[in-house]
Design a protein around this ligand. Structure first.
Ligand SMILES: [Zn+2]
Length: 293
């Protein structure tokens, strides 16, 4: 089972923080439309995790995705990382986001992905909060150590049932590969840009579960500039030293030149389902149970 997912947030960032430049919206629309066209052609659907503010500020983008038959999931309200929020804040953020997306598409939103995989051992209570807000399926777990976020103690890389505080959530974690003694992703984000396509495909063919995940910004060939100290500290909540900002610049731009072409080749040559369909395919009674109490 290969799952295809996208996190949709760039329009919101542009409007809220980066200058509301029309040329950027045109670029994002263009990349999104080309992905939607290819998925139509392949008769495949993906899950698009949208920030709630996309529903409020850019309802036409969310509707456009939904009207083409894709699943709309929630990617928080304002892309604030879950590990930077209190329990009450997470509740309010998730409630607002789901509300705004549901109003936009007129359908229940029950799939969720935290920004930057920011649910881990320290804030596993977040699953309880998500369940209280109506989330039934989650794709927030990166089951290894990572620059930001990550949940190394999770212990599963396949669909699993999370139990926490009397709540149950179906988890679709990121899948990993071991390379030079380190567990890392291969099927999305910066890892997908970095690895050659033959490597990604061979890992995917060797696994019966793959979770592919992309942001439009991962795929846009145009370079992202070095962030200002203020931008960096606002976004990453850590000191915006030159080293930190420059390392982020390199990671953000690595392999960008042909990432979109690689994604198109991948979608053209392998079959994918969205999380809604994957939920029906998983034999949940045989799935591992991860008890987070
Ligand atoms: Zn995101």
């Amino acid at each position: 089972m290969n799952i295809l997912s996208f996190d949709i947030e760039e329009w919101y960032f542009e409007k809220a923080f980066l200058g509301d430049r029309p040329s950027y919206y045109r670029q994002y629309d263009h990349y999104l439309d080309s992905i939607l066209d290819l998925l139509d052609e392949r008769q495949m659907t993906a899950t698009f995790f949208c920030v709630g503010q996309m529903g409020a500020m850019f309802p036409e983008v969310v509707k456009r995705i939904y009207d083409r038959g894709h699943e709309i999931g929630c990617h928080s309200n304002t892309h604030t990382w879950i590990n930077k929020m209190s329990r009450d804040e997470v509740f309010e953020d998730t409630r607002q986001a789901i509300d705004s997306l549901q109003q936009c598409i007129g359908k229940k939103v029950i799939s969720y992905r935290a920004p930057a995989f920011s649910i881990g051992k320290e804030n596993a209570w977040a699953f309880e909060v998500l369940a209280e807000c109506g989330v039934e399926r989650d794709a927030s777990v990166y089951p290894a150590v990572r620059d930001f976020g990550g949940f190394a103690e999770f212990g599963q890389q396949k669909p699993s049932v999370i139990k926490r505080g009397g709540c149950t959530i179906k988890e679709f974690p990121i899948c990993l590969t071991r390379l030079m003694g380190k567990e890392m992703a291969y099927s999305g984000g910066g890892y997908f840009r970095f690895f050659p396509l033959w490597f990604v495909k061979s890992r995917m063919r060797g696994s019966d579960y793959n979770m592919c995940y992309f942001h439009i910004d991962d795929l846009k060939p145009e370079n992202i500039g070095v962030m200002s100290k203020e931008e960096y500290e606002f976004y990453f909540k850590e000191p915006g030293s030159f080293k930190n900002r420059y390392m982020r610049y390199i990671k953000s731009n690595l392999g960008k030149g042909n990432a979109l072409r690689k994604l198109f080749t991948l979608i053209s040559s392998m079959d994918f389902v969205n999380i809604e369909a994957a939920d029906r395919l998983v034999e949940w009674e045989k799935a591992p149970i991860v008890n987070l109490d």
